[in-house]
Design a protein around this ligand. Structure first.
Ligand code: SAM
Length: 389
């Protein structure tokens, strides 16, 4: 731990604090714990001077993958949660707006589809019966045509519209970023005196697609994205990623926290027919600092193995409270290094801290960032060095 104090630490406003400044395709869908696209943008521009391969072992909604492709790099998107893999892959091949509009138009959404009794119990607090019938029609079209890029793009847009605050969503007033439990929604409905009214899903999907595709994708995007890989492996054992094959990693691991990516995404899993798949996976949820350190030690080893010598990994972490002590996790991570990895050694290069005046909307990691009025991204930069003989 002593050496940590002598590490170079740079802080400042590394990218804009303004919201939604990058390509609108990034904002197709929200995801709890996602970072701003400015973060991968900053590091990809800083470290990759020629087209390369960028990996995110904890891909989430695919922010790193998308930004890598927008800048002309190929990407490997990994996440143990299959919902995340869908979110990322649905934007690998983005058809032209005309094609999407035609496909959406051709969908038969007004067949009357009945929910199962279980679906009715879980979904009726959110949706009017007619809206739910349209959602069921769309779900069945999507599951029958998963290999059609237009259907996947319509599907991801529908996922983003399932529930939220405004009239742009399919549901009655609900929480936008995570799917709350049906019981909690029932209570909200009673408290607010609200009842789901009919909302046509077709026009809401169309409006949102037009907004997200209002700027053309850069010419380099399609070719770069064609070379992507989407995998769902444990970060501690990236079986299908070859040793020394990656030019940059930009990632944000699960923190020592209470975020439950499976239950947060239950309605998305249902819509994608992935509930049985997600019930059998175990996302890493660490209850103590030592568990998190063990998890990250194994993950850092894998990251070191797959990086080519000379390449870097950027690991964004936060501050967390453990037994009422505020911990800077990048320093905890730095304490785990250097480690020997196949083809070299993974060592700390520096710590970069992005600090900006910003009021955090939520306080999900026990850190009241809004008290200070600043938001920080703490990034540990590590490099794979060739081991001296
Ligand atoms: C902090 S989020 C990453 C968000 C991402 N940076 C984005 O912008 O959307 C962490 C992700 O790690 C995934 N995850 C948790 N445990 C994992 C594991 N052992 N291996 C791979 N992915 C895991 C979760 O499903 C979640 O999507």
């Amino acid at each position: 731990m002593q050496a940590i104090n002598s590490l170079p630490v740079h802080s400042g406003e590394l990218w804009t604090a303004r919201q939604r400044q990058m390509h609108p395709i990034h904002y197709t869908i929200s995801y709890r714990g996602s970072f701003k696209p400015e973060l991968p943008d900053f590091f990809i521009n800083r470290y990759l001077k020629v087209p390369g391969v960028v990996l995110d072992p904890f891909g989430g909604r695919g922010t790193t993958t998308l930004q890598a492709n927008l800048l002309g790099h190929r990407a490997v998107h990994n996440d143990l949660n299959p919902v995340s893999v869908f979110l990322a892959r649905s934007r690998q091949n983005v058809p032209a707006m005309k094609i999407l509009e035609k496909r959406l138009d051709a969908l038969q959404l007004d067949r009357r589809m009945k929910p199962t009794p279980e679906e009715k119990e879980r979904l009726s607090p959110f949706f009017h019966p007619r809206t739910l019938s349209e959602i069921l029609c769309l779900k069945s079209e999507l599951l029958d045509n998963m290999e059609d890029p237009a259907m996947r793009y319509i599907g991801v847009t529908a996922l983003s519209r399932l529930h939220g605050h405004s009239d742009g969503f399919f549901s009655v007033y609900s929480f936008p970023q995570i799917s709350i439990m049906p019981g909690a929604q029932r209570k909200n409905n009673a408290r607010l005196g609200q009842k789901p009214e009919y909302r046509s899903i077709r026009e809401r999907i169309l409006r949102k697609m037009k907004r997200d595709l209002s700027l053309p994708l850069p010419g380099v995007f399609n070719e770069a994205a064609r070379g992507n890989r989407y995998i769902s492996e444990n970060s501690q054992d990236l079986k299908t990623v070859r040793t020394s094959s990656v030019d940059l990693i930009v990632t944000s691991p699960p923190f020592l926290d209470k975020v439950d990516y499976i239950s947060d995404n239950w309605m998305r899993s249902w819509f994608l027919g992935l509930e049985s798949a997600t019930s059998s996976i175990e996302l890493s949820v660490m209850n103590s600092l030592s568990e998190w350190e063990d998890f990250m030690r194994a993950t850092l080893f894998e990251m070191g193995r797959v990086l080519r010598p000379g390449a870097r990994a950027v690991v964004e972490v936060g501050e967390v409270k453990s037994r009422s002590v505020l911990l800077n996790l990048e320093q905890v991570l730095a304490g785990l290094l250097p480690i020997r990895v196949p083809g070299g050694e993974l060592a700390v290069e520096e710590i970069l801290i992005n600090e900006q005046k910003f009021t955090k909307l939520s306080n999900c990691w026990d850190v009241k960032n809004n008290e200070k009025g600043t938001n920080t991204n703490r990034c540990l930069i590590v490099r794979k060095n060739l081991r001296k003989a």
